[in-house]
Design a protein. Structure first.
Length: 249
């Protein structure tokens, strides 16, 4: 992995909200072809870190390069071409409630491309097929879908821009074990040619074991551990062991 092209390079990232110092010097590299899973309890800053990488919020201190470009001080207009190279899968899928599955998946294509209607429809159907959904769901509203189906539609929407990197925010949160496994298996399948680089934030230990090349454990704003998945999850760091014991309950 050390020889692979770096997609994300973060050094000493700090982020505070009012008096709450969420991230306290986080550093890592995400290489092309790698899946990095960031674990930690609720409120530890996992989603904040993902939003920093996506350029949705800036760091207070630190350096952050994405696709070889420093993004800490870029304007919204300058960030747009970089954001088009990544797909963001929000926690809970974050689908538009009033739009059909078709329109939800088509939304990024209408916003960011000049594709015609026939091409948009073709890509929507193709992306739904990639996540294991048929054209039967095209006209359904999010409220008519199961939790697992909503997650998969959210992934199909993220794939619409043909991203080079996927960012997943708690992709199995709220799902039963069967649907969690389906989503984990889908994330593995995507690496087979659809999108080979991902950053995943989760508290789901089984998901980490399934999809991660490396795991980082975020505790009190810092990485208490960062390394190959089994070495971290089977390690003897007391803080990491305490987190994993709580996550397994």
């Amino acid at each position: 992995m050390a020889m692979a092209e770096p997609i994300v390079e973060a050094a000493d990232l700090n982020k505070s909200f009012d008096a709450n110092h969420v991230l306290r010097g986080v550093s890592f590299v995400l290489a092309k072809g790698e899946t990095l899973v960031v674990m930690g309890g609720s409120g530890t800053g996992k989603t904040v870190l993902l939003r920093l990488v996506a350029g949705l919020i800036p760091p207070d201190v630190g350096r952050l390069r994405v696709f070889g470009r420093s993004i800490e001080r870029l304007s919204e207009e300058e960030l747009l071409p970089l954001r088009r190279r990544m797909g963001y899968v929000f926690q809970g899928a974050a689908l538009f409630d009033s739009l059909s599955v078709r329109e939800n998946v088509a939304y990024p294509l209408r916003e960011h491309t000049s594709l015609g209607e026939a091409e948009i429809e073709e890509r929507v159907i193709r992306n739904l097929s990639v996540v294991g959904l048929s054209s039967d769901v095209l006209d359904l509203l999010p409220s008519e879908l199961s939790g697992g189906m909503r997650k998969r539609v959210g992934i199909a929407r993220a794939l619409s821009v043909e991203p080079e990197m996927l960012l997943f925010d708690e992709p199995t949160a709220g799902l039963d074990p069967t649907n969690s496994k389906l989503v984990a298996d889908l994330m593995l399948d995507l690496r087979g040619g659809v999108c080979d680089t991902a950053m995943v934030v989760t508290h789901d230990v089984e998901l980490a074991r399934t999809v991660a090349d490396r795991v980082a454990v975020l505790i009190e704003g810092r990485f208490a551990a960062l390394g190959p998945v089994e070495r971290v999850l089977s390690g003897d760091d007391p803080a990491v062991r305490a987190f994993l014991a709580g996550a397994a309950r």
